[in-house]
Design a binder for this molecule. Structure first.
Ligand SMILES: Cc1ncc(COP(=O)(O)O)c(C=O)c1O
Length: 403
């Protein structure tokens, strides 16, 4: 009996979840694994946010919330967009879902026709592609390599657009490379889109607050206001407030698109958890000092990882400017042999070797459509990262050039 639909044939499970499961299995078998696979802050949700959830439960906020979100959280999101991004949205232009992931899925479900193309800037968050595939769309990859510091440039965008292009996905700052766009970068992208009026933009800004070296964050619709009515600005509380388990994501966008997304959500999950929405109100309206503390910790870890990787001759790393990952180049290792004679054919072979030899779980660049790289999450303590880099260095040193 074949239980899976043909639509699922080309869809893969999330790579980082798969890597973490492999790490858990190895750990259960008694191995001393360091898991740098998953993308979630290792901090606790700040206490005032947890208190707000508890208070909401006690106050009886335990019933079905409105499908598109509670009015309190919508107001907090409207204020957040005004405060941080100088963007004006009305309540009908905002939706709250079970994480940014569901926001993105709703948007595609609401808007994509069979064979519509979605432009993805590799390396990209792998789920974008699989969501497009599930919904019958065609993911079109634009390679944005180290030469452009993993950023999309206007010429490549222009070349990739066809009459079938429905969406361009941007991720500011990006997972996995930590790419950060300047105002000029975004304006140049906006200029191309002005000439292509049928293309929508999904700007995934979930790492907005994890930005290093004093850089300023620019939201796409803020820099390209004439494209605001074609832009879905996606964000969430998972990364900034260490709230991955609370599952609250949100978006601001044109009212008809938000209405269509709400229709999708009404048939799938209804409104997001009422208690988690109350917690998200406290996160967005409350003190932001924990956000700054998390960011400073991520920057210190970025510095540590950058300095350690730079000293490993066969690996390369452009210092990530945001988010909490390092996307490490391993092209010099391709073709090398492990001590047992296995050839490192690609980045997947290298991450398999790291899992076996160094007991480090990390995700191969193939999961992000740009090889040969591997991604480590820097959401771990400096002690754990130091131990992980010691092990990676030792395992790399054991590799010998192939013939
Ligand atoms: C770029 C990007 N977008 C969206 C998400 C999903 O976030 P959420 O927890 O809000 O679903 C992630 C999580 O890893 C991500 O890296």
């Amino acid at each position: 009996m074949n239980y899976a639909s043909s639509r699922l044939a080309s869809v893969k499970p999330s790579a980082s979840a798969w890597v973490s499961q492999a790490a858990q299995r190895a750990r259960a078998a008694g191995e001393d694994i360091i898991d740098l696979g998953l993308g979630e802050p290792d901090f606790d949700t700040p206490p005032h946010i947890i208190e707000a959830a508890y208070a909401a439960g006690k106050a009886g906020e335990t019933r079905y919330p409105p499908t598109d979100g509670t009015s309190e959280l919508k107001q907090a999101i409207i204020k957040k967009f005004q405060r941080d991004n100088l963007l004006e949205y009305s309540a009908g232009e905002v939706i709250i879902s079970n994480g940014a992931k569901q926001v993105i899925f709703n948007a595609l479900m609401a808007s994509l026709e069979q064979d519509d193309e979605v432009l993805l800037c590799a390396p990209y968050f792998g789920q974008y592609k699989d969501m497009v595939l599930i919904l019958g769309g065609v993911p079109v990859t634009i390679q944005c390599g180290a030469a452009t510091q993993f950023r999309l440039d206007a010429v490549s965008l222009e070349k990739a657009i066809t009459p079938k292009t429905r969406w361009l996905f941007l991720n500011l700052p990006s997972n996995p490379a930590g790419a950060v766009y300047t105002e000029d970068d975004l304006r140049a992208i906006g200029d191309v889109l002005e000439r292509n009026p049928n293309v929508l933009v999904l700007s995934d800004e979930i790492y907005e607050h994890i930005l290093f070296d004093g850089k300023k964050f620019w939201s796409f619709a803020e820099i390209c206001p004439s494209l605001k009515d074609r832009t879905l600005t996606v964000n969430g509380v998972s990364k900034a407030y260490a709230m991955t388990g609370w599952r609250i994501g949100y978006a601001g966008g044109p009212q008809p698109l938000i209405a269509a997304m709400t229709k999708v959500q009404s048939q799938i999950s209804s409104g997001a958890c009422s208690i988690a929405q109350a917690a998200a109100v406290a996160a967005l309206n409350g003190p932001q000092d924990e956000v700054h503390r998390f960011c400073a910790a991520f920057q210190a870890r970025r510095d540590l990882v950058f300095s350690r990787v730079s000293s490993i001759e066969k690996l390369t790393l452009d210092p990530p400017a945001g988010a909490f990952y390092a996307y490490i180049g391993c092209s010099k290792l391709i073709g090398n042999k492990t001590p047992d004679g296995t050839v490192i054919e690609d980045d997947t072979a290298f991450t398999n070797y790291l899992l076996k030899d160094a007991k480090i779980a990390c995700v191969p660049g193939s999961a992000y459509d740009l090889s040969p790289f591997f991604r480590i999450s820097t959401a771990a303590s400096e002690a754990v990262l130091t131990e992980a880099l010691d092990r990676i260095e030792a395992s790399v040193a054991k590799l010998k050039p192939g013939n």
